[in-house]
Design a protein. Structure first.
Lengths: 280, 197, 178
């Protein structure tokens, strides 16, 4: 990620990374709430995807334009305000011009403001790159997100209701699997889709000669600023208190036997700071 | 009257469980539910924030409505929640250090938790009175806690499983979540019958 | 993330909030009337579909809980054609609004399910004739769940529509009998 910023990638690379390799929903596992909630029909998935893309592009551009003006200590509230403004804007436009979509998306439209993808891209990319690059990045992530939403809703609508975009597609003798449009079906379809994209990625890297990597359990779990770094110890990690969190989480999650922490004791005679090490 | 509060409470915990039925708070649900301790800690922290957030945002909505500024609801609510979490973290750190050790680290992660913003908006949409909103906030948080703790048990089992390579990690967790969600479908309709709502 | 005592970060934040508030206010001025006009048009279209011969509609006051609108449909000469009641009840994903037209003898002339957020393909099927058509032709009286065929797998949405229908019936009774 840092390398990309330094190397000023072409616009196409910038845009296309959001489509598969860094697809926000399927690879980075971000924005899962709307992915599960609104994908019961293709129309809803498409609408949500486009609304999110709009917010991504606009907020990314504005955050990037203001990146030098916003002091670091208030950057998260500032980003949130900017994002929330564009979400409110989208809500007003949808309510005025697309009332049917407004009814269908319901509470998930204002929830775009807490969609991890939007805040994550603002923090990780838009605040460190010029406006045009930020806009293209937002567009790529948004389109990738929309694709995953449409894919999921196509599967769920087709299998769960026999329709696509409201039009009957399945022959009537095939009874729809209602479970697909319930929450359980949502989880299951997403799990299978992610497994499929992981398999695709593994195939790709295997063909290129690299050993297949299993999806690691990320220590960044739960951090909304998921930036894809995968390592809170990385100096680029933007989460406050990351180090303390890592230490605590590691202690709590991974220790099977008593875990003795490495301690360095500074003595008054600076000659030999002694260190007590134990099993890591 | 009590039946009404009980109905709201139990419907938030079971029928409209925020995680398994309404899909709010998925990110921390999938991320922090691996061990019982972290699951319980996160669930408790979220419950606390939800009740406080509902307590603070409900009066603010009345103000916004009085001034005809309802369209500022999203911005106002999310900023209030972010500030609230910030202040809460500082207060707990200063006044109740043992509590901070237990759940303080989860607090910054809750700011962008869609479940918190979700419950504040839901209370307004459902037209709850102030006491009803507080009960709803408590119920939503407890439901979240319940889902987290249940799921941590499920994930403990998953660790011994050996799914195909591409399913390891998130995908198999999601399949397990699907089955857990399925179990909650059994609750729909129960509350209405129990409390005659 | 401590805000410290310096003024600049807070000032920047306040400035951003202020600008955002003003901009949104402007957009709201533009879009709100459109949203309201759209909603009114959709309502008028619904009423016209329920009672095609109606030339005008006259609002009726009622404070029955769950009823969002009640109107008399009048023909060109001002005669009563039907009483239209819009009522709603809590379903699975929110409110389930129903619009019913009762004719002069208290029989259901026509009925339609209005836009809702029920699960597509499941609860949304209450709008299909197979379900909602059951109510047409019935006299205006309260119905129990046993009197209608609910949609299997979507009982919550079906019951909500039924509850909304019952609310409409009570509005009709209140209006008719003063």
């Amino acid at each position: 990620m840092a390398d990309e910023v330094a190397a000023r990638p072409s616009a196409w690379t910038n845009f296309s990374k959001g489509l598969l390799a860094e697809n926000p929903a399927l690879r980075q596992m971000l924005g899962l709430c709307p992915t599960l909630a609104v994908t019961t029909a293709v129309g809803n998935g498409l609408g949500m995807g486009l609304a999110t893309t709009f917010v991504l592009v606009c907020s990314g551009t504005v955050v990037s334009l203001l990146r030098k003006a916003i002091p670091s200590s208030v950057r998260i509230p500032a980003f949130i305000t900017i994002i929330a403004s564009f979400v409110t804007l989208v809500m007003m436009l949808v309510e005025a011009y697309l009332p049917a979509l407004n009814d269908a998306l319901g509470i998930y439209l204002p929830l775009i403001v807490v969609n991890c993808i939007v805040l994550g891209r603002a923090e990780m990319f838009a605040s460190k790159n010029p406006p045009l690059a930020a806009a293209i990045d937002g567009l790529g992530m948004g389109v990738g997100f929309t694709i995953s939403l449409v894919l999921m809703s196509a599967i769920r609508e087709l299998l769960g209701a026999g329709t696509l975009l409201g039009m009957q597609v399945m022959p009537s003798f095939i009874e729809p699997m209602i479970i697909m449009v319930t929450p359980a079906g949502g989880f299951a379809v997403l799990g299978v889709l992610i497994a499929a994209s992981v398999a695709l990625e593994q195939n790709r890297t295997r063909k290129m000669g690299a050993p297949a990597e299993l999806a690691p359990d990320s220590p960044c779990d739960g951090c909304a600023l998921a930036c894809g770094l995968g390592d809170p110890a990385d100096p680029d990690c933007a989460r406050d208190g990351a180090e303390a969190f890592v230490a605590q989480v590691e202690k709590a999650l991974e220790a099977e036997e008593p875990h003795i922490v490495k301690v360095e004791v500074q003595r008054d005679d600076a000659a030999a700071p002694s260190a007590e090490e134990a099993d890591a | 009257m009590m039946a009404q509060y009980a109905s709201i409470l139990f419907s938030m915990i079971l029928v409209n469980n925020f995680v398994l039925v309404r899909f709010l708070g998925i990110c921390p649900f999938l991320g922090v539910s691996k061990k019982f301790d972290s699951a319980a800690g996160m669930g408790a922290a979220v419950t606390l924030v939800m009740v406080l957030a509902t307590a603070v945002t409900w009066p603010i909505q009345q103000l916004l409505a009085a001034w005809g500024l309802e369209y500022l609801q999203t911005i106002a609510f999310i900023l209030v929640i972010a500030t609230l979490v910030q202040l809460l973290e500082m207060a707990i750190k200063k006044f109740i250090p043992p509590l901070y050790t237990a759940l303080g680290v989860y607090l910054p992660l809750i700011t962008t938790n869609c479940a918190v913003l979700g419950i504040t908006i839901t209370c307004i949409d459902e037209g709850y009175t102030y006491p009803q909103a507080l009960v709803a906030g408590l119920g939503a948080g407890l439901g979240f806690l319940l889902a987290m703790v249940l799921f941590s048990g499920v994930r403990r089992r998953l660790e011994d499983a050996e799914p195909p390579a591409c399913f390891r990690g998130m995908p198999i967790t999601l399949i397990a979540a699907a089955i857990t969600a399925l179990s909650f479908v059994g609750f729909s309709g129960v509350i209405d019958h129990l409390f005659g709502a | 993330m401590s805000k410290g005592l310096s003024l600049k970060p807070v000032a920047v934040l306040v400035a951003i909030c202020a600008i955002a508030g003003v901009l949104l206010g402007v957009v709201h001025q533009v879009t709100a009337p459109i949203a309201v006009a759209n909603a009114e048009q959709r309502a008028r279209d619904t009423y016209a579909a329920l009672v095609p011969e109606a030339a005008s509609f006259e609002e009726v006051e009622t404070d029955v809980e769950g009823c969002t609108a009640a109107l008399r449909a009048l023909d060109g000469n001002g005669n009563d054609l039907a009483l239209i009641v819009v009522a709603q009840s809590k379903g699975y994903g929110g409110q389930v609004p129903i619009a019913v037209a009762f004719d002069a003898s208290g029989t259901v002339m026509s009925i339609t399910a209005m836009p809702n957020s029920e699960t597509p393909g499941l609860g949304s099927r209450i709008a299909e004739d197979e379900y909602i058509g059951q109510y047409v032709g019935r006299p205006a009286e309260q119905l129990a769940a046993e009197d209608v065929d609910l949609i299997s797998g979507a009982t919550i949405s079906s019951r909500a529509a039924l509850a909304a229908y019952n609310i409409a019936v009570s509005v009709y009774e209140e209006v008719q009998h003063g």
